[in-house]
Design a protein around this ligand. Structure first.
Ligand code: COA
Ligand code: ZN
Length: 310
């Protein structure tokens, strides 16, 4: 069996937070069940944010309560502040995610706080989580570029990662929130960090706006990173990051990694069922490139199986 890679499915949170069509709790749970059946064991299922600002996440409590009880299922909730953290802890979660963007403009639009305030709020959440026996991952959002202020200097990301790791985050999710990065930048960001803190401390969260996500994921692999976020069918986009398209599709990432000899523990056929549910729920056509290929193979097989009419 190949070397293990760890994929966190973020479609239920990053993917659904931006959908114009309301997705029912029941549909979210159908999707979660299909993902788990496909082998997903890391699930960022909800966020505990203001329900008026992100109504798509207003049913976070019900979604968490309805998830199947599966051994080794690692569920995360994104929490922007202490209030969100308290709400997550009440649900018995063992892991939370905080998020700090790289510029004041982005932090203010997203969380109504400056970068310094967001960092302080995130460090408080991480500290409290650790005291309470929870673990915390930390997103550096806009790590490659800010939707408002343009490309992000590498040293800004390095300084933030250091602060968050020293503050107790066990994983830094380097996020190309608007899909504006390239593989060279990934190497420039990750090589020094991996050398200093080890590859286990890093995860890549990529959006595929310009079709660079898989190339960037592979650049991460070459730096030693084995943890990635993705979303089923390529769902995604952030309401506070104009121009962002979906996350890299889980099925494309799984295909690339498995084809290259890694073991993701996730089945492509299983993901295909999950994509069908996500399509029904969001009333959108979804699916990564590999799904288009799988569908074309099915169409070919079906055509061959047709008896000749003449
Ligand atoms: N969950 C629910 N309600 C929250 C909350 C949370 N995590 N944090 C604050 N609130 C409530 C407060 O209790 C207060 O309620 P009240 O008016 O009934 O007293 C109200 O929101 C205002 O509190 P304040 O601390 O001033 O928050 P804010 O208005 O500055 O908003 C956030 C801050 C973080 C809550 C808001 O910007 C937000 O929810 N952003 C989410 C953005 C997002 O999801 N982005 C995508 C993922 S990164
Ligand atoms: Zn994202």
């Amino acid at each position: 069996m190949g070397e293990r890679v760890f994929i966190t499915e973020v479609g239920l949170r990053d993917g659904l937070q931006n959908q114009p069509v309301p997705v029912s709790t029941q549909d979210k749970l159908r999707l979660a069940n299909a993902l788990i059946a496909a082998g997903v064991r890391r699930l960022e299922a909800v966020s505990f944010v203001h329900p008026k600002i992100v109504p798509q996440m207003a049913d976070a409590v019900e979604v968490l309560a309805g998830l199947p009880k599966v051994d080794a299922l690692n569920v995360t909730a994104l929490v922007p502040n202490m209030k969100g953290y308290e709400r997550a802890r009440e649900q018995g979660l063992k892991r939370v995610a905080v998020v700090v963007s790289t510029t004041d403009t982005f932090n203010l639009r997203n969380l109504n706080m400056t970068t310094a305030q967001t960092m302080e709020a995130s460090l408080s959440v991480i500290r409290q989580a650790r005291q309470d026996g929870l673990s915390a991952r930390a997103y550096i959002s806009g790590a490659l570029a800010c939707p408002y202020d343009g490309p992000t200097p590498v040293d800004v990301v390095h300084r933030m990662a250091e602060q968050l790791i020293n503050g107790g985050a066990d994983e830094i999710s380097v996020a190309d929130t608007i899909g504006a990065g390239n593989p060279r930048q990934i190497k420039d960001i990750l090589r020094p960090l991996v050398a200093q803190y080890g590859a286990e401390a890093f995860n890549l969260h990529l959006h595929d706006t310009r079709g660079m996500a898989l190339a960037m994921a592979w650049a991460g692999i070459e730096c030693g990173v084995r943890k990635f976020d993705s979303s089923v069918g390529g769902l995604g986009g952030c309401p506070f990051a104009p121009g962002a398209s979906g996350n890299v599709a889980t099925e494309d990432l799984v295909y690339m990694l498995e084809a290259s000899g890694f073991d993701s523990g996730i089945s492509l056929e299983g993901l295909r069922e999950a994509v069908a549910i996500a399509e029904q729920a969001t009333q959108k056509t979804l699916g990564g490139r590999i799904l288009t290929w799988m569908r074309s193979q099915d169409a070919l097989k079906a055509a061959k199986a047709q008896p000749c009419a003449s």
